[in-house]
Design a protein around this ligand. Structure first.
Ligand SMILES: Cc1cc2nc3c(=O)[nH]c(=O)nc-3n(C[C@H](O)[C@H](O)[C@H](O)COP(=O)(O)OP(=O)(O)OC[C@H]3O[C@@H](n4cnc5c(N)ncnc54)[C@H](O)[C@@H]3O)c2cc1C
Length: 414
Protein backbone atom coordinates (compact mmCIF):
# COMPACT_ATOMS: atom_id res chain seq x y z
CA UNK A 1 0.00 0.00 0.00
CA UNK A 2 1.30 3.45 -0.94
CA UNK A 3 1.05 6.63 1.13
CA UNK A 4 2.01 10.13 0.06
CA UNK A 5 2.71 12.58 2.88
CA UNK A 6 2.50 16.27 1.97
CA UNK A 7 4.85 18.40 4.10
CA UNK A 8 8.05 17.28 5.80
CA UNK A 9 7.86 18.92 9.22
CA UNK A 10 7.91 16.84 12.39
CA UNK A 11 4.27 15.83 11.84
CA UNK A 12 4.85 14.69 8.24
CA UNK A 13 8.11 12.88 9.00
CA UNK A 14 6.70 11.09 12.06
CA UNK A 15 3.62 10.09 10.06
CA UNK A 16 5.88 8.71 7.32
CA UNK A 17 8.06 6.92 9.91
CA UNK A 18 5.18 5.10 11.65
CA UNK A 19 3.35 4.35 8.40
CA UNK A 20 6.54 2.83 7.01
CA UNK A 21 7.07 0.78 10.18
CA UNK A 22 3.62 -0.70 9.73
CA UNK A 23 4.32 -1.75 6.14
CA UNK A 24 3.37 1.23 3.98
CA UNK A 25 5.50 2.40 1.07
CA UNK A 26 5.94 6.10 1.80
CA UNK A 27 6.78 9.21 -0.24
CA UNK A 28 7.16 12.59 1.48
CA UNK A 29 6.48 15.52 -0.87
CA UNK A 30 8.02 18.74 0.45
CA UNK A 31 8.06 22.23 -1.01
CA UNK A 32 11.44 23.30 0.41
CA UNK A 33 14.77 21.56 0.90
CA UNK A 34 14.14 20.16 4.40
CA UNK A 35 17.03 21.91 6.08
CA UNK A 36 14.62 24.21 7.89
CA UNK A 37 10.98 24.63 8.85
CA UNK A 38 9.18 25.25 12.13
CA UNK A 39 10.28 21.83 13.36
CA UNK A 40 14.03 22.64 13.33
CA UNK A 41 14.51 25.85 15.38
CA UNK A 42 11.99 25.28 18.18
CA UNK A 43 12.76 24.92 21.88
CA UNK A 44 12.78 21.12 21.76
CA UNK A 45 10.38 20.62 24.67
CA UNK A 46 8.26 17.53 25.15
CA UNK A 47 5.67 18.93 27.48
CA UNK A 48 2.89 16.79 28.92
CA UNK A 49 2.65 19.69 31.42
CA UNK A 50 1.30 21.95 28.64
CA UNK A 51 -2.30 20.93 29.11
CA UNK A 52 -3.65 24.44 28.52
CA UNK A 53 -4.47 25.17 24.88
CA UNK A 54 -3.55 28.60 23.47
CA UNK A 55 -7.26 29.54 23.48
CA UNK A 56 -7.66 29.93 27.26
CA UNK A 57 -9.12 32.44 29.75
CA UNK A 58 -7.24 35.75 29.93
CA UNK A 59 -5.45 35.41 26.59
CA UNK A 60 -7.70 37.95 24.81
CA UNK A 61 -7.18 40.62 27.51
CA UNK A 62 -3.42 39.99 27.46
CA UNK A 63 -3.45 40.12 23.65
CA UNK A 64 -5.11 43.57 23.67
CA UNK A 65 -2.70 44.87 26.33
CA UNK A 66 0.31 43.53 24.49
CA UNK A 67 -0.81 44.88 21.09
CA UNK A 68 0.63 48.25 22.07
CA UNK A 69 3.96 46.95 23.34
CA UNK A 70 6.49 46.36 20.55
CA UNK A 71 8.51 43.94 22.70
CA UNK A 72 5.53 41.89 23.90
CA UNK A 73 5.53 38.11 23.62
CA UNK A 74 2.01 37.77 22.10
CA UNK A 75 0.61 39.87 19.30
CA UNK A 76 -2.22 39.59 16.81
CA UNK A 77 -1.47 41.75 13.78
CA UNK A 78 -4.73 43.37 12.66
CA UNK A 79 -5.45 42.74 8.96
CA UNK A 80 -8.42 42.64 6.64
CA UNK A 81 -8.04 38.96 5.96
CA UNK A 82 -10.94 36.49 5.98
CA UNK A 83 -8.57 33.79 7.26
CA UNK A 84 -7.70 35.95 10.30
CA UNK A 85 -11.29 37.11 10.88
CA UNK A 86 -12.74 33.57 10.75
CA UNK A 87 -9.97 32.25 12.97
CA UNK A 88 -10.27 35.20 15.38
CA UNK A 89 -14.01 34.74 15.91
CA UNK A 90 -13.53 31.06 16.73
CA UNK A 91 -10.48 31.78 18.87
CA UNK A 92 -12.38 34.34 20.98
CA UNK A 93 -15.28 31.91 21.32
CA UNK A 94 -12.94 29.21 22.67
CA UNK A 95 -10.79 31.33 24.99
CA UNK A 96 -12.56 30.11 28.13
CA UNK A 97 -12.28 27.60 30.95
CA UNK A 98 -14.75 25.21 29.32
CA UNK A 99 -12.40 24.83 26.33
CA UNK A 100 -9.43 24.25 28.65
CA UNK A 101 -11.30 21.63 30.73
CA UNK A 102 -12.47 19.92 27.53
CA UNK A 103 -9.06 19.88 25.82
CA UNK A 104 -6.67 19.20 28.70
CA UNK A 105 -7.20 15.42 29.08
CA UNK A 106 -6.91 14.92 25.31
CA UNK A 107 -3.69 16.95 25.12
CA UNK A 108 -2.27 15.19 28.20
CA UNK A 109 -2.86 11.71 26.75
CA UNK A 110 -1.48 12.58 23.30
CA UNK A 111 1.50 14.21 24.95
CA UNK A 112 2.25 11.33 27.34
CA UNK A 113 2.04 8.92 24.42
CA UNK A 114 4.39 11.22 22.46
CA UNK A 115 6.89 11.25 25.32
CA UNK A 116 6.78 7.46 25.65
CA UNK A 117 7.31 7.04 21.89
CA UNK A 118 10.30 9.43 21.97
CA UNK A 119 11.87 7.16 24.62
CA UNK A 120 11.33 4.17 22.32
CA UNK A 121 12.62 6.04 19.26
CA UNK A 122 15.79 7.13 21.08
CA UNK A 123 16.62 3.43 21.55
CA UNK A 124 16.31 2.57 17.87
CA UNK A 125 19.49 2.14 15.80
CA UNK A 126 20.43 5.38 14.00
CA UNK A 127 18.67 7.61 16.53
CA UNK A 128 20.48 9.80 19.06
CA UNK A 129 18.82 13.19 19.36
CA UNK A 130 20.05 14.28 22.81
CA UNK A 131 16.84 13.34 24.62
CA UNK A 132 17.04 14.28 28.31
CA UNK A 133 14.56 13.78 31.12
CA UNK A 134 15.36 16.63 33.49
CA UNK A 135 11.88 18.10 33.46
CA UNK A 136 11.18 21.76 32.70
CA UNK A 137 11.14 24.70 35.11
CA UNK A 138 8.70 27.58 34.92
CA UNK A 139 10.45 30.58 36.54
CA UNK A 140 8.36 33.49 37.79
CA UNK A 141 9.19 36.88 39.28
CA UNK A 142 5.84 38.20 40.55
CA UNK A 143 3.35 37.14 43.24
CA UNK A 144 0.56 37.17 40.66
CA UNK A 145 2.40 34.70 38.40
CA UNK A 146 3.35 32.59 41.45
CA UNK A 147 -0.33 32.24 42.29
CA UNK A 148 -1.34 31.40 38.71
CA UNK A 149 1.49 28.90 38.29
CA UNK A 150 0.73 27.20 41.64
CA UNK A 151 -2.87 26.81 40.45
CA UNK A 152 -1.69 25.32 37.12
CA UNK A 153 0.62 22.93 39.00
CA UNK A 154 -2.32 21.78 41.14
CA UNK A 155 -4.40 21.19 38.01
CA UNK A 156 -1.50 19.27 36.44
CA UNK A 157 -1.19 17.11 39.57
CA UNK A 158 -4.93 16.43 39.55
CA UNK A 159 -4.42 15.06 36.01
CA UNK A 160 -1.69 12.73 37.27
CA UNK A 161 1.32 14.84 36.18
CA UNK A 162 4.35 15.26 38.44
CA UNK A 163 4.96 18.92 39.42
CA UNK A 164 6.71 20.61 42.41
CA UNK A 165 6.50 24.25 43.48
CA UNK A 166 10.03 25.38 44.44
CA UNK A 167 11.38 28.40 46.30
CA UNK A 168 14.11 30.53 44.75
CA UNK A 169 16.66 28.83 47.04
CA UNK A 170 15.57 25.38 45.93
CA UNK A 171 15.89 26.36 42.26
CA UNK A 172 19.27 28.01 42.87
CA UNK A 173 20.46 24.75 44.48
CA UNK A 174 19.66 22.96 41.21
CA UNK A 175 21.40 25.71 39.19
CA UNK A 176 24.53 26.44 41.27
CA UNK A 177 26.51 27.91 38.37
CA UNK A 178 24.04 30.64 37.36
CA UNK A 179 22.70 33.51 39.47
CA UNK A 180 18.90 33.72 39.30
CA UNK A 181 16.65 36.69 40.01
CA UNK A 182 13.29 34.98 40.46
CA UNK A 183 10.64 34.51 43.11
CA UNK A 184 10.36 30.76 42.57
CA UNK A 185 9.48 28.12 40.00
CA UNK A 186 7.38 25.09 39.23
CA UNK A 187 9.40 22.05 38.24
CA UNK A 188 7.47 19.77 35.88
CA UNK A 189 9.28 16.45 36.24
CA UNK A 190 7.04 14.88 33.57
CA UNK A 191 8.63 16.98 30.79
CA UNK A 192 11.71 16.27 28.66
CA UNK A 193 13.70 17.92 25.89
CA UNK A 194 15.74 17.05 22.82
CA UNK A 195 17.72 18.57 19.96
CA UNK A 196 15.23 18.99 17.08
CA UNK A 197 17.80 19.35 14.26
CA UNK A 198 19.27 15.89 14.93
CA UNK A 199 15.82 14.37 15.32
CA UNK A 200 14.66 15.72 11.96
CA UNK A 201 17.84 14.57 10.17
CA UNK A 202 17.68 11.10 11.70
CA UNK A 203 13.99 10.66 10.83
CA UNK A 204 14.77 11.53 7.19
CA UNK A 205 17.72 9.12 7.11
CA UNK A 206 15.65 6.32 8.62
CA UNK A 207 12.78 6.82 6.16
CA UNK A 208 15.16 6.78 3.15
CA UNK A 209 17.26 3.84 4.43
CA UNK A 210 14.09 1.80 4.71
CA UNK A 211 13.07 2.44 1.12
CA UNK A 212 10.98 5.60 1.56
CA UNK A 213 11.27 8.50 -0.89
CA UNK A 214 11.63 12.16 0.08
CA UNK A 215 10.95 14.60 -2.75
CA UNK A 216 12.16 18.11 -1.93
CA UNK A 217 11.60 21.34 -3.91
CA UNK A 218 8.20 19.88 -4.76
CA UNK A 219 5.32 22.15 -3.81
CA UNK A 220 1.92 20.52 -4.11
CA UNK A 221 -0.17 22.78 -6.34
CA UNK A 222 -3.33 20.77 -6.98
CA UNK A 223 -5.30 17.59 -6.43
CA UNK A 224 -7.40 15.39 -8.77
CA UNK A 225 -10.48 14.41 -6.83
CA UNK A 226 -13.45 12.33 -7.94
CA UNK A 227 -16.16 10.51 -5.97
CA UNK A 228 -14.68 11.69 -2.70
CA UNK A 229 -11.25 10.17 -3.42
CA UNK A 230 -7.93 11.87 -4.21
CA UNK A 231 -6.63 10.16 -7.34
CA UNK A 232 -3.46 12.22 -7.74
CA UNK A 233 -1.71 15.22 -6.32
CA UNK A 234 0.34 17.48 -8.55
CA UNK A 235 3.53 19.46 -8.20
CA UNK A 236 4.93 21.57 -11.01
CA UNK A 237 7.31 18.74 -11.92
CA UNK A 238 5.30 15.55 -11.42
CA UNK A 239 2.17 13.90 -10.08
CA UNK A 240 1.79 11.27 -7.36
CA UNK A 241 -0.75 8.49 -7.01
CA UNK A 242 -1.35 6.66 -3.76
CA UNK A 243 -3.87 4.74 -1.69
CA UNK A 244 -3.58 7.29 1.12
CA UNK A 245 -2.68 10.99 1.30
CA UNK A 246 -1.59 12.53 4.60
CA UNK A 247 -1.74 16.32 4.55
CA UNK A 248 0.66 17.79 7.11
CA UNK A 249 1.59 21.20 5.75
CA UNK A 250 2.06 23.06 9.05
CA UNK A 251 0.97 26.70 8.72
CA UNK A 252 0.04 26.05 5.08
CA UNK A 253 -2.52 23.39 6.03
CA UNK A 254 -5.51 25.64 5.12
CA UNK A 255 -4.18 26.15 1.55
CA UNK A 256 -3.62 22.43 1.04
CA UNK A 257 -6.99 21.44 2.51
CA UNK A 258 -8.71 24.09 0.39
CA UNK A 259 -7.51 22.15 -2.68
CA UNK A 260 -9.77 19.36 -1.40
CA UNK A 261 -12.63 21.75 -0.56
CA UNK A 262 -12.04 21.50 3.20
CA UNK A 263 -12.01 24.54 5.47
CA UNK A 264 -9.40 24.47 8.24
CA UNK A 265 -9.27 27.56 10.49
CA UNK A 266 -5.60 28.10 11.26
CA UNK A 267 -3.22 31.04 11.61
CA UNK A 268 0.58 31.08 11.61
CA UNK A 269 2.07 32.09 14.98
CA UNK A 270 5.54 33.38 14.24
CA UNK A 271 8.24 32.82 16.83
CA UNK A 272 11.96 33.54 16.98
CA UNK A 273 14.92 31.67 18.42
CA UNK A 274 18.60 32.37 18.97
CA UNK A 275 21.05 29.51 19.40
CA UNK A 276 24.44 30.01 21.08
CA UNK A 277 27.24 27.50 20.60
CA UNK A 278 29.48 26.64 23.59
CA UNK A 279 27.92 29.26 25.87
CA UNK A 280 29.89 30.48 28.88
CA UNK A 281 26.92 30.00 31.23
CA UNK A 282 24.44 27.21 30.87
CA UNK A 283 21.33 26.14 32.70
CA UNK A 284 21.15 22.50 33.81
CA UNK A 285 17.40 22.30 33.37
CA UNK A 286 15.37 23.97 30.58
CA UNK A 287 13.37 26.94 31.82
CA UNK A 288 10.36 28.95 30.71
CA UNK A 289 10.45 32.58 31.86
CA UNK A 290 6.80 32.81 32.76
CA UNK A 291 5.88 36.51 32.51
CA UNK A 292 8.13 37.03 29.45
CA UNK A 293 6.99 33.81 27.69
CA UNK A 294 10.57 32.93 26.78
CA UNK A 295 11.84 29.35 26.59
CA UNK A 296 15.49 28.51 27.33
CA UNK A 297 16.89 25.11 26.45
CA UNK A 298 20.36 23.68 27.00
CA UNK A 299 20.51 21.23 24.07
CA UNK A 300 23.35 19.16 22.68
CA UNK A 301 26.02 21.66 23.86
CA UNK A 302 24.04 24.71 22.70
CA UNK A 303 21.77 27.13 24.52
CA UNK A 304 18.62 28.08 22.65
CA UNK A 305 16.43 31.06 23.57
CA UNK A 306 13.01 31.23 21.93
CA UNK A 307 9.79 33.13 22.20
CA UNK A 308 7.16 35.49 20.80
CA UNK A 309 3.87 34.57 19.17
CA UNK A 310 2.93 36.92 16.33
CA UNK A 311 -0.37 35.89 14.79
CA UNK A 312 -0.15 37.13 11.20
CA UNK A 313 0.13 35.85 7.64
CA UNK A 314 3.40 34.12 6.74
CA UNK A 315 6.07 36.78 6.14
CA UNK A 316 9.85 37.04 6.15
CA UNK A 317 10.17 40.22 8.22
CA UNK A 318 12.22 40.07 11.41
CA UNK A 319 10.68 42.27 14.05
CA UNK A 320 13.86 43.18 15.90
CA UNK A 321 11.99 44.73 18.82
CA UNK A 322 10.40 41.42 19.67
CA UNK A 323 13.77 39.70 19.50
CA UNK A 324 15.09 42.46 21.77
CA UNK A 325 12.23 41.60 24.14
CA UNK A 326 13.53 38.00 24.32
CA UNK A 327 17.16 39.06 24.83
CA UNK A 328 16.37 41.61 27.57
CA UNK A 329 14.10 39.30 29.52
CA UNK A 330 16.78 36.60 29.80
CA UNK A 331 19.07 38.91 31.80
CA UNK A 332 16.16 40.04 33.99
CA UNK A 333 15.62 36.47 35.23
CA UNK A 334 19.20 35.23 34.94
CA UNK A 335 21.60 38.17 35.54
CA UNK A 336 24.54 35.83 34.95
CA UNK A 337 23.58 35.44 31.29
CA UNK A 338 24.17 38.52 29.13
CA UNK A 339 22.85 37.97 25.63
CA UNK A 340 23.71 40.36 22.84
CA UNK A 341 21.12 41.27 20.27
CA UNK A 342 22.14 39.07 17.31
CA UNK A 343 22.44 40.19 13.71
CA UNK A 344 19.34 39.48 11.66
CA UNK A 345 21.07 36.65 9.80
CA UNK A 346 21.56 34.80 13.11
CA UNK A 347 17.90 35.00 14.12
CA UNK A 348 15.79 31.97 13.32
CA UNK A 349 12.04 32.21 12.87
CA UNK A 350 9.29 29.70 12.29
CA UNK A 351 5.51 29.61 12.03
CA UNK A 352 3.57 27.64 14.62
CA UNK A 353 0.41 26.24 13.04
CA UNK A 354 -2.23 27.62 15.47
CA UNK A 355 -5.66 26.02 15.34
CA UNK A 356 -8.69 28.07 16.38
CA UNK A 357 -9.31 26.23 19.67
CA UNK A 358 -5.71 25.27 20.49
CA UNK A 359 -6.27 21.57 19.76
CA UNK A 360 -4.67 19.86 16.78
CA UNK A 361 -6.49 18.64 13.70
CA UNK A 362 -5.92 14.90 13.37
CA UNK A 363 -8.05 12.37 11.57
CA UNK A 364 -9.56 11.10 8.35
CA UNK A 365 -11.51 13.65 6.39
CA UNK A 366 -15.21 12.78 6.21
CA UNK A 367 -15.41 14.41 2.80
CA UNK A 368 -12.35 12.83 1.15
CA UNK A 369 -12.10 9.18 2.11
CA UNK A 370 -8.39 8.57 1.47
CA UNK A 371 -7.12 11.78 3.10
CA UNK A 372 -5.80 12.11 6.66
CA UNK A 373 -5.26 15.63 7.98
CA UNK A 374 -2.55 16.11 10.61
CA UNK A 375 -1.58 19.57 11.86
CA UNK A 376 -2.50 22.61 13.89
CA UNK A 377 -0.33 21.63 16.87
CA UNK A 378 0.49 25.26 17.75
CA UNK A 379 3.24 25.43 20.42
CA UNK A 380 3.33 21.65 20.95
CA UNK A 381 4.04 20.11 17.56
CA UNK A 382 7.44 18.74 18.41
CA UNK A 383 6.30 17.04 21.61
CA UNK A 384 3.19 15.67 19.89
CA UNK A 385 5.07 14.59 16.72
CA UNK A 386 5.60 10.90 17.52
CA UNK A 387 2.12 10.34 18.95
CA UNK A 388 0.49 12.10 16.00
CA UNK A 389 2.54 9.93 13.61
CA UNK A 390 1.45 6.81 15.49
CA UNK A 391 -2.22 7.89 15.45
CA UNK A 392 -1.98 8.53 11.68
CA UNK A 393 -0.55 5.02 11.16
CA UNK A 394 -3.23 3.45 13.41
CA UNK A 395 -6.01 5.19 11.47
CA UNK A 396 -4.47 4.23 8.12
CA UNK A 397 -4.33 0.59 9.23
CA UNK A 398 -7.92 0.60 10.47
CA UNK A 399 -6.90 0.32 14.13
CA UNK A 400 -8.40 2.31 16.98
CA UNK A 401 -5.67 4.65 18.27
CA UNK A 402 -4.55 4.05 21.87
CA UNK A 403 -5.62 7.61 22.82
CA UNK A 404 -8.98 9.32 22.30
CA UNK A 405 -8.95 11.66 19.31
CA UNK A 406 -12.58 12.79 18.85
CA UNK A 407 -11.67 16.32 20.08
CA UNK A 408 -9.14 16.57 17.24
CA UNK A 409 -11.70 15.99 14.41
CA UNK A 410 -10.20 18.05 11.54
CA UNK A 411 -13.62 19.03 10.20
CA UNK A 412 -15.05 20.16 13.56
CA UNK A 413 -15.43 23.74 12.27
CA UNK A 414 -16.65 22.84 8.77
C1 LIG B 1 10.08 29.70 18.74
C2 LIG B 1 9.33 28.39 18.73
C3 LIG B 1 9.52 27.49 19.77
C4 LIG B 1 8.81 26.29 19.80
N1 LIG B 1 9.06 25.39 20.80
C5 LIG B 1 8.40 24.21 20.83
C6 LIG B 1 8.69 23.25 21.82
O1 LIG B 1 9.55 23.44 22.67
N2 LIG B 1 7.99 22.08 21.84
C7 LIG B 1 7.02 21.82 20.91
O2 LIG B 1 6.39 20.75 21.00
N3 LIG B 1 6.75 22.69 19.92
C8 LIG B 1 7.42 23.88 19.86
N4 LIG B 1 7.16 24.78 18.86
C9 LIG B 1 6.09 24.47 17.89
C10 LIG B 1 6.55 23.42 16.86
O3 LIG B 1 7.79 23.81 16.34
C11 LIG B 1 5.49 23.29 15.77
O4 LIG B 1 4.24 22.99 16.36
C12 LIG B 1 5.85 22.17 14.78
O5 LIG B 1 7.14 22.34 14.29
C13 LIG B 1 4.86 22.13 13.62
O6 LIG B 1 5.23 21.05 12.82
P1 LIG B 1 4.52 20.78 11.43
O7 LIG B 1 5.11 19.53 10.87
O8 LIG B 1 3.03 20.81 11.60
O9 LIG B 1 4.86 22.06 10.53
P2 LIG B 1 6.24 22.51 9.83
O10 LIG B 1 7.42 22.13 10.63
O11 LIG B 1 6.08 23.94 9.48
O12 LIG B 1 6.27 21.66 8.52
C14 LIG B 1 5.32 21.86 7.48
C15 LIG B 1 6.00 21.56 6.16
O13 LIG B 1 5.01 21.56 5.11
C16 LIG B 1 5.63 22.11 3.95
N5 LIG B 1 4.62 22.55 3.00
C17 LIG B 1 3.76 23.60 3.14
N6 LIG B 1 3.01 23.72 2.03
C18 LIG B 1 3.41 22.76 1.16
C19 LIG B 1 3.02 22.39 -0.16
N7 LIG B 1 2.07 23.06 -0.83
N8 LIG B 1 3.65 21.35 -0.74
C20 LIG B 1 4.61 20.66 -0.08
N9 LIG B 1 5.03 20.96 1.16
C21 LIG B 1 4.43 22.00 1.78
C22 LIG B 1 6.48 23.27 4.51
O14 LIG B 1 7.48 23.66 3.60
C23 LIG B 1 7.04 22.64 5.79
O15 LIG B 1 8.29 22.04 5.58
C24 LIG B 1 7.86 25.97 18.77
C25 LIG B 1 7.71 26.87 17.71
C26 LIG B 1 8.43 28.06 17.67
C27 LIG B 1 8.24 28.99 16.52
Amino acid sequence: MKAVIVGGGIIGLCSAYYLQKSGWQVTVVERDDLTDNCSFGNAGYIVPSHITPLASPGIIAKGFKWMFNSKSPFYIKPALSMQLINWGILFIRHANQKNVDHGAPYLRDLSLLGSHLYDELANQPGFDFALEHKGIMVYYKTEKAAEEEAHLATTARSLGLDADVLSKEQVQFLEPGTELDILGAVHYHCDAHLYPVKLMEQLMQSIMQNGGVIKTQSAVTGMDISNGIINKIHTEKESFQADLFVVSGGSWLPDLCKMAGIHIPLMPGKGYSITKKNPEKKLNIPAILCEARVAITPMNGYMRYGGTMEIAAVNKEININRVRGIVESVTKYIPGIKLELPEKKDIWYGFRPCSADGLPYIGFSKKIKNMIIAGGHSMMGLGLGTSTGMVVADLANGHTPSVKIDAFDPERFS
